[in-house]
Design a protein around this ligand. Sequence first.
Ligand code: NAD
Length: 484
Amino acid sequence: MTFFDQAGWDGRTYIGGWVTTSGTAEVVSPATGERLATVAEGTAADIDRATALAAEAQRDWAGRPAEERAAVLRRAAAVLETHQDVLVDWLVKEAGSGQGKAAFEQGLVAAELHLAAGTATMPYGQLLASGRPRLSLARRRPVGVVGVIAPFNFPGILAMRSVAPALALGNAVVLKPDPRTSVSGGLLLAAVLEEAGLPAGVFSVVPGGATAGAALVEHPRVPVISFTGSTAAGRVIGETAGRLLKRAHLELGGNNALVVLPDVDVAAAASAGAWGSFLHQGQICMTTGRHLVHEDVHDEYVGLLAEKAAAIPVGDPAAGFPLGPVIDANQRDKVHSIVTDTVSAGAALEAGGTFDGLFYRPTVLSGVRPEHRAFAEEIFGPVAPVLRFGDVDEAIDLVNATDYGLSVAVLSGDAFGAFELGDRIDSGVLHINDQTVDDEAPAPFGGTGASGTGARFGGHEANIEAFTETQWVTVQSRIQRYPF
Ligand code: NAD
């Protein structure tokens, strides 16, 4: 049988094996409207079933030698690399990803597995000074069952960046993908881990919407939640987790600024700006959402950006178009209302602002002001709002003028001058002479303010911090006598 043969999983999901549930949901291509598959849809009862299996299987999994857990993750990376077309293909047809974005995501999912294999055998504690002749140490232990909730835009990577390190460190995981990307963000990852020899029950996938997600957050067997998604949902999950005294790692929305200083190569800056705003139709938490451009180069920059926006082909990515559809009609309507409201409020439409079905044209708005919706809100569509500034202090005030703090980029002929500006910028990520969108497995990724709780995913240290508990242990050779 070929790897991930649809006959083996259609109508099912992976909870201790390929099973059905009481409900099903259709997976539909956003580009063509065609039905791609049916998946089992989970309820609170399925979350209960998955967490029970996970709690049982986790004890054995945590007891296995670290090298054995690492080997499973290395094999999973190899399975993915051998069958790379399968994930790329599903990311294109299910998530509307361009081929380049899908290939980048596939590589990053494999990189997370490789990195996590290394995490499994990292040092996991410290020897401590003690006032007594004894061994005193702090060691890291798995938390038990980790609940992972992921969004639709980079469904593979945003699930695997938590799933892989949590497994590496001896936890079991229950994953709830976004219902619009249950295959590339869930079932396919289960097939990869199953093929790699992960014991049954250690990893399960429960497709479903907010109700299934809430059941996972509230479940008493799940002490740690790893959530990536909107700030609105993150707030609800954070409140629930606080009430239940659980840890919730929250990676949320962004409204990321790109600062263009006057001493740049304007053509290169416009190319970086176009990539930052339009890649994957602007549906990335790190998308460049605000272009802050010095008045000396503003008009040239806007002209070049609008030219690029008008020239980028948009269509079905399965047919090779670099930009595809936005995920659904709700998202398209939200994007369009922000664009039209901002134009009504006085901004100029330099390019785009139109759509055909779910295909939204890359859009450039100039003359945007801080009170406009296109400045104040996360758009999550292919829209580049541009503002003009006169001096650096004004630019820094504009950068810091939102509640979000995910990714900021500064373009300048003086790289170290730009680096020094970084001390005045409140964000979890800062790129000098690049745009705002980037991710690598070893980098500690995360945001501040409305972009999240400042938790970091990526790199051994941040992942060990996220998915283990600390235990203080002392050992002395004899029982000492106390005063009574
Ligand atoms: P969303 O919050 O609506 O959904 C994300 C996931 O959470 C989905 O699986 C959804 O079913 C689930 N969910 C929704 N409400 C829930 C609830 N109350 N309880 C439990 N689960 C719930 O997000 P979206 O709008 O579909 O995705 C885009 C958002 O994700 C954007 O805001 C984007 O910036 C953000 N995002 C952040 C990062 C990051 O790393 N910071 C990465 C990608 C996307």
